[in-house]
Design a binder for this molecule. Structure first.
Ligand code: HEM
Length: 584
């Protein structure tokens, strides 16, 4: 769409909007006069007039506001484009003069950005310059922008140098944007680490970091294994040929595990409806799925967000149940000052009351929320992938058996090479956190490998397309889309430097930088629970392949029905768990 075309539209639209607004304002001023004179004559006519004026004023006010916002977004996008950031082309050409871009962005198109599944395969070509103006595949700057409603520009950023600046060097200059944060705060409360920024975040992180070092985590192993045993007991009740919906059971397994290991709490998730808190969690997670209604409530919290629905009523109830259970957990933990669960360590670290009672509640809710769905998604993908790759599954079984590692020995498990490669390769292609978002808190300069220093105005939104980066052939080679744990035989994870692309292959080994592989993100806001998650996944996976042969009827991960809300996960992980000893 040419710039002139838009100017014409803009000018005539300004006139129209302004006229509407003026008319509405004039009518609104006239309103008292109209009411006083007409009241005795014809009440019905008066009511109709008043209603029309009220509705007209409201529409005019709303349109003017929307128009102003669309214009501000247009100016921002223009500023970004002027510095070389390309814009994704609109697919559809049927809206006059490209007005679509300024009203609904890419929302009405088959676009990688709203409801489409897990995005990477659609985002990748654009990162490489397809469907953007002026760039070819080889010299594409690994950054582009697309539009949301009212033309809000969102910069999709895969440039490692810029990611280094955004996530590490200037991490507090980029905050989490309001809408995704609101969605997550439904689960974690407003003062958990995922939500907070700046000095408040630093204060929380100082208290939380020691909870997740290896010394503090080791005592949790027996509790995690107890949850695995509960899972085994459940599976062993079924005939070996039963297909088990592991996409559901994985959530119950990880909820029990984090309950036992971190909070000393029994969620009893395998037991039918489970405890009230388990049911409440289920309700709350439903509330965070990205339905069009949820998106509208997030976009317009003061109006649509306030409309009471059955779902919001259920959510409020669930919220109260979880809140009061977490308070009980904290109260019980305070009676055992020498306890060795995460919650005891949290209270010990907070002896000086650095965190208020509400902040503590939010942190516990964050650990429960952030710690169970992500790990459930990961173990669900792992089990399905092994069922789909019987040779790797057998190799892994042999590794666990031949080294005779006791599951209790988390240090020895951490050293099993294939176990770690299988987990890494799952995180590469099926990262539970498949994408994340940031917003510039202030005007800030962002260095980019291909474009130099870019001036970023405050309020600019960013998407970090984690999964697309993990699938980029220019990073991982031509077989990037293939699930192959043995690729890690010749990979070096390079730390501390942002860009290794110039020297990608060194002595036959592929160099992967910290911003090429980010299942837990990077920098000061990377996942605090990373070591806990890895320990849990190693225990689960080693325990499961030691005991069972995994089989499935689906043919590939394409049939796994990956869905994306806060996490990306399979909703079709039907797997047979055949006991190895029973088979022999
Ligand atoms: C497979 C499992 C997990 C994955 C893939 C994962 C991934 C992530 C990612 C990508 C982030 C950064 C999000 C962002 O800033 O945009 C994050 C943050 C966080 N994660 Fe995890 N996570 C996992 C498990 C856990 C566990 C087990 C816990 C706690 C018990 C946890 C607690 C947190 C917290 C509190 C944050 C916020 C950190 C901060 O902002 O300082 N996560 N996680």
């Amino acid at each position: 769409m040419g710039g002139n075309g838009f100017s014409i539209i803009q000018d005539s639209a300004v006139v129209t909007f302004q006229a509407l607004h003026d008319q509405a304002s004039a009518l609104a001023f006239a309103l008292p006069k109209i009411s006083s004179t007409v009241v005795t004559n014809d009440a019905a006519i008066e009511f109709r007039t008043v209603s029309k004026v009220a509705v007209g004023s409201l529409v005019a006010w709303f349109m003017l506001k929307a128009f102003k916002e669309a214009m501000a977004n247009r100016r921002l996008a223009r500023k970004l484009r002027a510095q070389g950031i390309p814009e994704q082309k609109l697919q559809s050409r049927w809206w006059m003069l490209g007005l679509q871009r300024y009203l609904v962005g890419h929302a009405v198109e088959p676009s990688p950005h709203l409801f489409s599944e897990c995005r990477a395969s659609q985002q990748l070509p654009i990162i490489h310059g397809e469907d953007v103006d002026g760039w070819g595949c080889s010299d594409a700057p690994k950054v582009y922008l697309f539009r949301l409603f009212l033309g809000i520009p969102v910069v999709v950023l895969a440039d490692p140098k810029a990611l280094h600046a955004m996530l590490t060097l200037k991490s507090y200059s980029f905050v989490k944007p309001t809408n995704p944060v609101k969605l997550v705060s439904n689960i974690t409360g407003t003062m958990g680490m995922l939500m907070i920024e700046g000095d408040v975040h630093k204060r929380h992180r100082r208290i939380a970091n020691p909870l997740f070092n290896l010394k503090a985590l080791k005592p949790l192993v027996p509790a995690i294994l107890a949850s695995l045993d509960e899972f085994f007991a459940l599976v062993d009740q079924q005939p070996a040929s039963t297909l088990i919906p592991f996409h559901e059971l994985s959530s119950q397994l990880t909820l029990n595990a984090i309950g036992h290991a971190a909070m000393g709490y029994n969620f009893d998730a395998f037991n039918g409806q489970g405890s009230r808190v388990t049911a409440a969690y289920r309700n709350m997670l439903q509330h965070t799925s990205l339905t069009p209604w949820t998106l509208l409530t997030l976009q317009f919290p003061g109006t649509i967000g306030k409309i009471p629905t059955l779902q919001s009523h259920r959510f409020q109830n669930a919220f109260k149940v979880v809140e009061s259970a977490v308070k009980d957990m904290l109260q019980n933990a305070s009676k055992h000052p020498d306890g060795h669960m995460l919650i005891h360590e949290l209270l010990r670290q907070n002896e000086q009351d650095v965190l208020s009672e509400y902040e503590l509640v939010c942190e516990v809710r964050s650990f429960l929320g952030a710690g169970h769905e992500t790990t459930a998604a990961a173990i669900s993908s792992l089990v399905l992938l092994l069922a789909l790759h019987p040779t790797i599954q057998q190799e892994l079984h042999d590794e666990v058996e031949s080294t005779a590692v006791a599951l209790e020995d988390s240090d020895a498990l951490a050293k099993l090479p294939l176990l770690n490669k299988v987990i890494n390769e799952m995180f590469r292609l099926y990262p539970p956190t498949f994408t994340t978002y940031r917003e510039a808190a202030t005007d800030v300069t962002l260095p980019m490998a291909a474009l130099g220093a870019i001036e970023i105005p405050a309020g600019t939104r960013f998407e970090i397309p984690i999964r697309a980066i993990h699938m980029d052939p220019s990073i991982w080679g031509d077989d990037a889309a293939m699930w192959n744990p043995h690729r890690w035989d010749t990979i070096d994870l390079v730390h501390g430097t942002s860009d290794v692309s110039a020297n990608r292959i060194v002595k036959g080994r592929r160099q992967i930088g910290p911003y090429d592989f980010m299942p837990f993100l990077a920098g000061p806001r990377a996942c605090v629970g990373r070591q806990f998650a890895l320990m849990e996944l190693r225990l689960f996976l080693a325990g499961i392949v030691q005991r069972y042969t995994l089989k499935t009827d689906i043919k590939s991960m394409d049939d796994a029905n990956l869905t994306c809300a806060i996490t990306m996960r399979s909703t079709n992980a039907w797997v047979r768990f055949e006991q190895r000893s029973a088979r022999a």
